[in-house]
Structures are given as structure tokens and as C-alpha cells.
Design a protein around this ligand. Structure first.
Ligand code: SF4
Length: 179
């Protein structure tokens, strides 16, 4: 059987959902019979590949770089799985929307630091923040939504196995928002 080419990426997330992925422990060995991880924070691959079967995306979209990446991922992936509440709804990442970009930048680069020598926000070495943090499906079509904060490892395993085997699965029996 041909192995599925699987990518994982975190955008505006805390990496907790990727830690949960690793919590599948020895079941990762079992899954490696069915998939090759071709791009991920877990592997040393710099460029997002062009022919991915499934991309698992953690995190919301909060910068121009996130938007660029999710569009590239959509173009290069047959299926996209939104992993975790940030990817599905915005969740913690979208709390910035309560205050606005200007107030958040002021807090991060002036109020919470002892001294900002430049007297201005960094503009050349960091991506530009969007006015509003959005979940993945507000930018591109998403094939699977798997909530949880973080999504439990057992749920990731069951969903991934079903997707790789082309079987249907009731995700609401495995995880829920905030779990
Ligand atoms: S859903 Fe929770 S654990 Fe996952 S990236 Fe967001 S804050 Fe982190």
C-alpha cells in the first residue's frame, strides 16, 4: 500500500496540539506504516512540499504570513485537518480581537518591556499582524474539524487512523471544545 504523504504545521497556536500529537507515543510507530511525515516541526524540511495528501494545521491565522501559508497549504494538499480549538474557532489566539492590534502591540513592545531602544514596533523581522485573528475556515476550505484544547492524543489517533483508512468517524464522540 502506498503511504500517505502527511504534513503538520502550527500557525498561531501554542504548540500544545502538536505535543498532544506526540503523546500518541508508540501508536506513532503503527501510524508510520500508513504515512510518511513530509513536512512538520518534527522534521527538517524547510519548504512546504507540492504534493501532500493530508495537512494537519494547528493554530489560528493572525499574520500576513499565516494567510500566505494556509493558501499555499490549500493549494498543495488534497485534504486539510484543522487540529484544536484555535484552528477551528480562533480560541485563545483570537482573544487579541477583544483589544485590537494597536493595544496589543503597545502592551507587548512598550508596556511589558523595561526599555525599547528603537522606540517603535519591529516591522522588518516579524510578520504583520492582521486586524483580526480568524479561524482557518475563514480563509480556505477545511475538510476535517477536530476540536479540543489541546485535542487529546486518543482522539488524534482515532481520527488520523480513520482518515488514512478512508473510513467515516464520529469526531464528537472523541473530543469536544475546551477538552
Ligand atoms: S487549541 Fe489549545 S493547545 Fe491547541 S494550539 Fe490552541 S491553545 Fe494551544
Amino acid at each position: 500500500m502506498k503511504k500517505a504523504r502527511v504534513a503538520t504545521i502550527w500557525l498561531d497556536g501554542c504548540s500544545g496540539c502538536h505535543m498532544s500529537f506526540l503523546d500518541m507515543d508508540e501508536r506513532l510507530v503503527e501510524l508510520s506504516e500508513y504515512m510518511d511525515v513530509v513536512y512538520s516541526p518534527y522534521v527538517d524540511q524547510k519548504e512546504f512540499p507540492s504534493d501532500v495528501d493530508l495537512t494537519i494545521v494547528e493554530g489560528a491565522l493572525s499574520t500576513d504570513h499565516d494567510i500566505e501559508m494556509i493558501k499555499k497549504i490549500r493549494k498543495n494538499s488534497k485534504k486539510i485537518l484543522a487540529l484544536g480549538d484555535c484552528a477551528v474557532t480562533g480560541n485563545i489566539s483570537a482573544m487579541k480581537n477583544l483589544f485590537g492590534t494597536e493595544a496589543v502591540m503597545q502592551k507587548a513592545y512598550f508596556d511589558l518591556v523595561d526599555h525599547n531602544e528603537s522606540g517603535k514596533y519591529p516591522q522588518e523581522i516579524v510578520p504583520t499582524l492582521l486586524d483580526k485573528v480568524i479561524p482557518l475556515n475563514e480563509a480556505v476550505d477545511i475538510d476535517y474539524f477536530v476540536p479540543g484544547c489541546p485535542t487529546p492524543a486518543d482522539a488524534i489517533y482515532e481520527v488520523l487512523k480513520a482518515v488514512l483508512e478512508g473510513k467515516e468517524i464520529n469526531i464528537s464522540e472523541l473530543t469536544r471544545f475546551g477538552k
